[in-house]
Structures are given as structure tokens and as C-alpha cells.
Design a binder for this molecule. Structure first.
Ligand code: SF4
Ligand code: SF4
Length: 720
């Protein structure tokens, strides 16, 4: 039975307990690595972006028409002798299915995998009516025997080892099983399940597609159990969310192209079953199967009309948003979801299982964008997760004090900057040179997994007028969006960039009215203040005066480009000024490679061995992948690729404060992967990542230096 923590204290306890399951982490880590390679292979030669766009558009076109599609589907299905039901709630759906079982004198049921049935807790309901229900998907059968919920939407038992399954099957079969012999374990399942199919009175399946123009359904599986479930018993019931309604088979085939490739990295699944009308059935006196289709609403029809959240109904349940999620990779689905797991699970839990179940888990997101870029339906999952976080707070009628205070301070630029400027004095008793080596005990030992840098005595803005290089006859005029980290912690990174750019004839300004980009506010779901600071920055950056708006912080850049248009849109249209900012904002590596077109002649050849950490918001948020690597090569550095260099370092602003245990794990892996390269320096393009990784290196007494791309480039520049 599923028990999801309803508050942060219980959730933290659950996280700590999960982190002790080393097998789980190894399995999920291995799966994530192999999934990445197989997915890339499965999509090779295909225009993946065009396919994602096609799937998103097809689903978007169907969503406003769900009621109409339901009517059309019902007309066609009932003309073929299939009874169609509509259930407003999960309880109604369960009651309808139980009534069908009673009417047809059903005693035993076989089931093929259905997340919708998990959503309604159908098995519990039917078993309470005295019915015997057997799951027939191998993974589902295993978790049914263990009285657990699925830990993944496609691979429900991914959290278990063959040893655990071996023990379980020894108990079920009454014979000692060899856990090393997977073939034999599978045969145990086959031997146990075959008689159940034959004796079953009713089969229950889900549906991946329900096609309105024919009244047919489509089911995608890998094991063939759905074919037995839907053909052998005399009664077949399909339970599907209304969001599975699509106009026709063409839409289904489009989604299918993305579904299996994205789910497991398979070019094609083993079985795709299309069912229409009443198939012949030897077990039925009427010689045809009795068929029912139950469509579940459970909030979907209202969701389909929501201007922001309707996007979540594009989901085709491929499970990939869990496969790539660095948190899922550490915690698995029982700690990272309720019934639905992974990124989509954090959202759907709120809508289908209520705010109590969503309250704690919805905070557990790094905003790393991995789910967003892998989603075949182009759902902006990280953005919607933050929106759900806000909905939960609104329904609770309270926002944490920390959120309210930070929103108040960050919304007032002068107050915010004054506090930051004065804070360096307060840190003096705990500072050790440029770092705070040990946090005061009030923060607890759990936050002591990295050192953190001290605030700069003189922020960039205070040094600017005396530092700004004079550039005569500039080639380009650029405004620097420094972000809080470079302004108040790492001014040297910005100074190195500006000095380097001056050597290329680029005149850089630092507009003084700029403030925090607002991403930390969005992470705390303080959308109103996030919007206010976005407006302040839009005004401060005065795009008409500059050729480019440059940022050395991938997170600021990605937030401005991706989220400002959403935050600042008016009546569903993005204002011209915001569009201009979106066009002009550029990251450092892209500026050097694509705008300045720097060459190897500009740099010394040092042969310094460097590893690279790709910040989430650069490689996914801004889709800048090749430029930093190209830049390191051009700058004469010996770049050594590291494992998982595009996986989050675990910083993510307030995330590392709220979830230090998870942040520590991610950082530990990052440090190990970087050290394994044998490089001397870790280069990255985001001050937040510099802070996290250098703090981790420091705690691990690593000899590796961590620096921003601008710093190493300035060092490598031949002449200025
Ligand atoms: S943004 Fe990253 S951390 Fe958050 S749900 Fe998506 S993949 Fe997981
Ligand atoms: S949200 Fe996207 S990636 Fe996640 S399960 Fe749905 S379709 Fe797949």
C-alpha cells in the first residue's frame, strides 16, 4: 500500500532511509546510463525535434475536443456492441467495473498493466468485493506479490534485485530458485500465470490510445500478456483516462513513433494490439466477448481547459522523465512520486491524488531541465512543477516564512543589495580565507558536505567605475547581466570576462539597476515577485542600446530566455521588449565562438588538462552544447570528457539547502567523475556550479581547481 509522506519532516526521513539502499542507486544509475545510449540509437536518423513538435501539436489539438471525441468514440464503439461508460471519479470507475463483474458472474480476473487502474486503486476495490485479481505483467505481478506500488510507470519492479525476485519466487513456487538464472525465474512466472489466464472470467486492460473515428483502442506492451488478457476471458474491460482519446489512428501512430523509443530506447515494442468491436470468444456462451470501456475523468476534463496545466495531458506515459531525472536516479519511484512517479508524477499527484500527497514531493525538483528536453510531448515539466508547488501553498493558505521574507527582500533591489553588501562583515567569524569551511552548528551537519565561498568585500558594481576598461571604437556594445553570484561573490569572473572582451574590441556596460534574475523566486514559487524583478531587469537592460545582453551565468540566461516570456506575457502575447531581450541574451561561450569567432591564434597552447561540467541551464536551458567544448579546444586546452558531464551537480540554489542529502549525493558523484578524468582543472560556465563543485572538491581535499570559462580563457589569451 502506498504511503507518501505528507510533510517535509517525514519526507526527509524517507529520503534518508532510501539513500541507504545502495543496490537501488546502482541499478538506477546503470539503467540511466544504458537508457541514454539506447535512446540516442533508437532515434538516430530521425528528426526528433519535428516528431516532438508533431506529438505535442496532435495532443494539443485533441485536448479541447475531449468531450466531442468521447461522444464520437461512444457512437462507433456501441455500434460495434461495446458498452462505453464514463466515470467522473476514481471511486465511480471502480464501482462501474465491480458492477460489470457482478452482472457477469465474474469470480477471477486477470489484469494487464494499467497506470489508470493504479491511479484508482482498482485492485484493492475489486479484492474487497471478493474478486480474485492477478496482475500478469511480470513486473506488476512481482509488486502485487510484494503488496507494493510500481516504482516506474513502464518498469514497475525496477527497484528490485534478481535476488529479491528469486526469494519471492521460491515462496510462490515452493521450489528453491536460482537468482542467477533469469530465464528460469521468468519461466516460474509463466507457469504460475498461464492457468490464471485460462480460468479468468474477466480481463482488465488499460489503453494507450482510444481512437474516436473507429471506437477502437490501441495497447502497447512488451510481454504479450495484454493479448492474453484481452482475448481469453469472456469479459474484457478497458479502463482509460479520457485524455487517451485521440481523433484517429494517424495520431496514434505518430505518438507510437516516440513512445517506445523514448520509454526504453527500443526501436519498436514487441506488441501493439488494436481492438475494435467484440472479438470471437470460445469461453463465452454467446461466442463473442462482452466488452466494456470505462473512461475516467478524475479532473482531466477540467485540466484540459486550464490555460497553463492542460499541457500535462499531452503525456503519453513513456516514463522517460523519470529515466533522466538525477533525483529519480538516486531515490527511485517509491520516494520520488506517489502513484505516478518522476517529473510528471510530481504534477499528476496534485491533480489526481490531492495536495496532501503532493505537498512534500513537489518541492523535490532541481529545475535541471532534463525531463523537459527528453519529453516526447514537449511538456515544460520543471515550470509546471513549480506552478504546482505554488498551488499547494495556495490551497494550504500559507507560504513558508523564508519564502515570504526572501520575496520581500528580493523584490526591493536597493534593500537586497544593501543586505548583500553588509553581509560580508557578518561572515568574518566563520570565514577561513575565501571560504566558509565549517558552517555554524545551527545549520546542522547535513549542510556541511561542501565549503561555501565568502561574499566579496567589494561587489562588482562597486568596483565597476574604477575597473571598466576603455575600449576605443568598439566593434560591439554589450550589457553585462552579472547576476547575484558574479556581482556579490565572484566579481573576478566578470572582470576576467570584461577584460578579455575588451581585447576583442567589445565595450561592456554594467547597467546598475539590474537585480537578481528572479530564478530563485520562481524556484520558491514566488511568481508575483519573480514577475516584478523580471520587469525591473527588462527596464534596466534597455535592449535598444546594446548589440547583446551577455551573461556568464547559465541559470540567469536560461531563466531570462525561457521564463521571462511566460512571466511577462500579456493576454497570451509576449511584449516586443521581452522578445528583444530573449533574442539578445547570450551566454559567454556562444558569444566567444559564434559572435567573436575566436581562433587558436588568439591563445597560448598550454596543454593544460581540463574536465568540463556542463551546467543544466546551459546545455538544456539554452541548448548550448558544442560551443564550450569548441572554445576549450580553440583556447589550447586539453579537454578530457568526463562521465555524466551534463548531469546536475546538485546545487540549484535553494534546492541544496532544502534537500542537502540529495545534493550531497549528486555532488559526490560529480566530484568522482571529474577526478576520474585525471584533469587538473574543472571548467564550467555557471557561477553556481563553480560554487558547488569547488565546495565539494574542497571537502574531498581534491587537488583539482574549479573555474569559470571566462577565468581560464583570460589566462590563456596571448595578448590583450
Ligand atoms: S527538472 Fe530535473 S530534477 Fe526536476 S523533475 Fe525534471 S529531471 Fe527531475
Ligand atoms: S511527461 Fe513526457 S517524458 Fe514524462 S512520461 Fe509523460 S510523455 Fe513521457
Amino acid at each position: 500500500m502506498i504511503k507518501t509522506p505528507q510533510n517535509m519532516k517525514d519526507y526527509t526521513d524517507q529520503i534518508r532511509a532510501t539513500l541507504k539502499e545502495k543496490f537501488l542507486q546502482t541499478t538506477l544509475n546503470n539503467f540511466a546510463t544504458s537508457y541514454k545510449a539506447s535512446r540516442a540509437k533508437a532515434f538516430s536518423g530521425m528528426d526528433l525535434e519535428a516528431l516532438r513538435e508533431e506529438i505535442a501539436c496532435a495532443k494539443d489539438a485533441a485536448l479541447p475536443r475531449l468531450e466531442e471525441l468521447l461522444e464520437e468514440f461512444t457512437r462507433h464503439a456501441e455500434a460495434d456492441g461495446v458498452k462505453v461508460h464514463f466515470a467522473k471519479t476514481a471511486q465511480e470507475a471502480n464501482a462501474i467495473i465491480a458492477a460489470i463483474a457482478k452482472e457477469n458472474n465474474v469470480k477471477t480476473i486477470v489484469k494487464s498493466k494499467s497506470m489508470t487502474a493504479e491511479e484508482t486503486f482498482l485492485n484493492d476495490h475489486l479484492e474487497k468485493q471478493g474478486l480474485k485479481v492477478t496482475e500478469t505483467d511480470l513486473g506488476e505481478w512481482i509488486i502485487q506479490l510484494r503488496h507494493e506500488g510500481p516504482s516506474h510507470m513502464v518498469m514497475p519492479a525496477i527497484h528490485l534485485s534478481r535476488y529479491q525476485v528469486g526469494d519471492l519466487f521460491t515462496g510462490v513456487s515452493g521450489e528453491e530458485q536460482d537468482p542467477e538464472n533469469i530465464d528460469k525465474l521468468v519461466k516460474v512466472a509463466r507457469k504460475q500465470l498461464r492457468p490464471r489466464f485460462i480460468e479468468a472470467d474477466m480481463g482488465i486492460s488499460g489503453a494507450n490510445f482510444a481512437m474516436a473515428d473507429s471506437g477502437a483502442i490501441g495497447i502497447v506492451t512488451n510481454e504479450g500478456n495484454a493479448r492474453l488478457t484481452t482475448t481469453l476471458p469472456r469479459v474484457h474491460v478497458t479502463l482509460a483516462g479520457v485524455d487517451k482519446l485521440i481523433p484517429d489512428i494517424k495520431t496514434a501512430l505518430t505518438a507510437l513513433k516516440g513512445l517506445t523509443r523514448n520509454a526504453t530506447g527500443q526501436g519498436i515494442t514487441s506488441y501493439v494490439t488494436w481492438i475494435k468491436g467484440q472479438p470471437p470468444c470460445g469461453a463465452s456462451e454467446k461466442e463473442v466477448q462482452t466488452r466494456h470501456i470505462v473512461f475516467l475523468d478524475n479532473g482531466r476534463l477540467a485540466l484540459a481547459k486550464d490555460p497553463v496545466f492542460s499541457e500535462v495531458l499531452r503525456c503519453i506515459r513513456c516514463g522517460a522523465c523519470a529515466n533522466v531525472c538525477p533525483i529519480y536516479r538516486i531515490l527511485g519511484g517509491h520516494t520520488y512520486g506517489h502513484v505516478y512517479i518522476g517529473a510528471i508524477g510530481l504534477i499528476l499527484t496534485f491533480f489526481y491524488h490531492g495536495r496532501d500527497n503532493a505537498r512534500a514531493i513537489v518541492k523535490n525538483c532541481l529545475n535541471c531541465q532534463s525531463c523537459k528536453v527528453v519529453c516526447p510531448a514537449k511538456i515544460d515539466l520543471p515550470y509546471l512543477i513549480k506552478k504546482v508547488y505554488r498551488e499547494v501553498m495556495d490551497e494550504d493558505g500559507k507560504r513558508p516564512l523564508r519564502n515570504r521574507l526572501l520575496a520581500r527582500v528580493m523584490g526591493n533591489r536597493k534593500l537586497f543589495h544593501t543586505l548583500l553588501k553588509n553581509a560580508w562583515m557578518a561572515q568574518a567569524p566563520i570565514a577561513d580565507g575565501p571560504k566558509i569551511r565549517h558552517l555554524p552548528t545551527i545549520f546542522g551537519r547535513k549542510h556541511d558536505f561542501r565549503t561555501i565561498p565568502v561574499l566579496a568585500k567589494h561587489p562588482l558594481r562597486d568596483q565597476w567605475s574604477s575597473f571598466k576598461p576603455v575600449v576605443r571604437n568598439p566593434k560591439l556594445k554589450v550589457a553585462l547581466f552579472a547576476g547575484c553570484a558574479q556581482d556579490f561573490i565572484y566579481p573576478q569572473q566578470a572582470k576576467d570576462a570584461v577584460t578579455l572582451l575588451a581585447s576583442y574590441g567589445v565595450d561592456v556596460d554594467l547597467p546598475m539597476d539590474q537585480t537578481c534574475c528572479g530564478l530563485p523566486l520562481l524556484m520558491m514559487a514566488e511568481n508575483e515577485t519573480a514577475k516584478e524583478v523580471a520587469e525591473q531587469n527588462l527596464k534596466a537592460l534597455d535592449t535598444d542600446r546594446y548589440d547583446y545582453i551577455l551573461t556568464l551565468c547559465a541559470s540567469c540566461g536560461s531563466h531570462i530566455k525561457e521564463n521571462y516570456p511566460k512571466l511577462l506575457q500579456k493576454e497570451n502575447a509576449v511584449p516586443e521588449g521581452v522578445k528583444k531581450l530573449e533574442e539578445k541574451i547570450i551566454d559567454f561561450s556562444s558569444f566567444m565562438v559564434n559572435v567573436l569567432k575566436v581562433t587558436a591564434d588568439d591563445f597560448r597552447v598550454s596543454g593544460k588538462k581540463v574536465a568540463y561540467h556542463a551546467p543544466c541551464h546551459l546545455c538544456r536551458g539554452l541548448d548550448v552544447v558544442e560551443e564550450p567544448r569548441e572554445l576549450m579546444r580553440v583556447a589550447g586546452l586539453d579537454y578530457v570528457p568526463a562521465a555524466d558531464e551534463d548531469v546536475c551537480c546538485g546545487f540549484s540554489g535553494s534546492y541544496s539547502v532544502d534537500f542537502p542529502e540529495v545534493s550531497e549525493q549528486l555532488l559526490r558523484r560529480k566530484v568522482a567523475n571529474m577526478e576520474a578524468t585525471g584533469a587538473d582543472i574543472v571548467v564550467t560556465d555557471c557561477p553556481g556550479c563553480v560554487m558547488q563543485i569547488s565546495g565539494g572538491m574542497d571537502k574531498h581535499a581534491s587537488r583539482m581547481r574549479v573555474c569559470h570559462m571566462a577565468e581560464i580563457l583570460r589566462e590563456m589569451r596571448k595578448k590583450e
